[in-house]
Write a protein that binds this ligand. Structure first.
Ligand code: SF4
Length: 375
């Protein structure tokens, strides 16, 4: 693991407005964007010789497309100056449909961004309004068209299902539109609401409800069916790729315990047995950097047992599951021997399958992946 190329994540913590369902940290203090852009390279300097190399870069947020082309340029330049980046690196940037003009995207492409992830969420305007998004279905379609015209051949799209007022037919229509647009990658998340979000409050006051367990299963299975029928691989609980090579190489690192470095406010890092995370405040982050200090807020050293449980949990979320020999080497546990009773039961209940080298979840297993974590 240690010498594998790592993933580099840059968190751009700014949003023009807050979506009603979002509990991620973001700031609307856009006047700080410039100082943030100048601080990121200074944070890079702290980690210069720690990670051998990176073969994925992911600029996420927040809303990275609030950055100007010049600011993205400066960040990429600093990345190449401070780190060793593989020639064939996957370089993704998240884009809000409202910011995706063809000119902007063309310039990003020229900077070396080779994958765009668009936060579409739905092609239904009523639902977009309900979610508090600042774009329309029409601008989402225009963003996809602009990205294609700008030369992007690897487009990811994010969607949300289980929104009050959404019907299965309207969800299927959204999926069909995404398929017709030949999305290379689709992320389909079930709506869940943190208590602190305005949408949670609205659900309470208006007596709205989230999906029941049965409805959630129905949406999960229907999504999988529609997209696999259309030729996609359902390779992680919420993720689908048009071919194996179009899986999100960056996100795979999170699921496979491969090291990653996160820069920017609230970003997380994983290296060997350690995990640390940055301050969840732009102001506090900038202050640390100005004072020549790492902007870390927390740190934990994971025991082998914690790593093993996490690897199991993450592995059960992916179609490929767990490589048994690798699991034994990395975590000192022979699953088929040490956990025989529980593995046998999961196989009997058709939640898990055993192939020559792998233990992997069935579709039914992926649907309840979180509860398979109890080992
Ligand atoms: S754009 Fe994304 S990060 Fe920003 S508020 Fe909306 S969901 Fe949250």
């Amino acid at each position: 693991m240690k010498n594998k190329p790592a993933g580099l994540y840059i968190h751009v913590p700014f949003c023009l407005s807050k979506c009603a369902y979002c509990s991620f940290y973001s700031s609307s203090s856009l006047h700080l964007i410039d100082e943030f852009t100048k601080s990121i390279p200074r944070e890079m300097a702290f980690y210069k010789n720690i990670f051998p190399s990176f073969d994925t870069i992911y600029i996420g947020g927040g809303t990275p497309s609030l950055l100007s082309v010049a600011q993205v340029h400066d960040i990429l330049l600093a990345i190449h100056f401070n780190f060793q980046i593989h020639l064939q690196a996957e370089i993704t940037m998240e884009v809000n449909p409202g910011d995706a003009s063809q000119d902007y995207l063309q310039q990003l492409r020229a900077l070396g961004i080779n994958r765009i992830n668009i936060g579409i969420q739905s092609f239904d305007d009523t639902l977009l309004k309900f979610l508090g998004r600042r774009h329309s279905a029409r601008s989402a379609l225009a963003a996809v068209e602009a990205a294609r015209a700008a030369g992007f051949e690897n487009l990811g799209m994010d969607f949300i299902y289980g929104v009050s007022g959404q019907t299965m037919d309207s969800w299927k229509q959204t999926l069909k539109t995404a398929v017709d647009l030949c999305a290379e990658h689709l992320s389909c998340y079930q709506l869940s609401l943190d208590k602190k979000t305005p949408l949670h409050q609205r659900y309470l006051t208006e007596g709205l409800s989230l999906l029941t367990e049965d409805q959630a299963l129905d949406y999960f299975l229907t999504t999988s069916q529609v997209l696999t029928d259309a030729g996609y691989t359902h390779y992680e609980v919420s993720n689908f790729a048009r071919t194996d090579s179009l899986k999100s190489r960056h996100n795979m690192k999170y699921w496979c315990h491969t090291p990653y470095l996160g820069l920017g406010p609230a970003a997380h890092t994983f290296l060997d047995h350690q995990r640390w995370w940055n301050k969840s405040s732009v102001e506090a982050y900038l202050k640390s950097i100005a004072g020549e200090m790492k902007p870390q807020e927390g740190f934990e050293k994971l025991s082998l047992e914690q790593l093993r449980l996490e690897a199991w949990f993450l592995g059960m979320r992916t179609k490929d599951g767990i490589d048994l020999a690798q699991f034994k080497t990395s975590y000192g546990c022979d699953l088929l021997t040490d956990k025989k009773p529980i593995i046998d039961e999961l196989i009997r209940n058709r939640l898990v399958e055993l192939t020559e080298r792998h233990l992997h979840p069935t579709l039914a297993g992926m649907a309840v992946a979180d509860s398979l974590a109890l080992i």
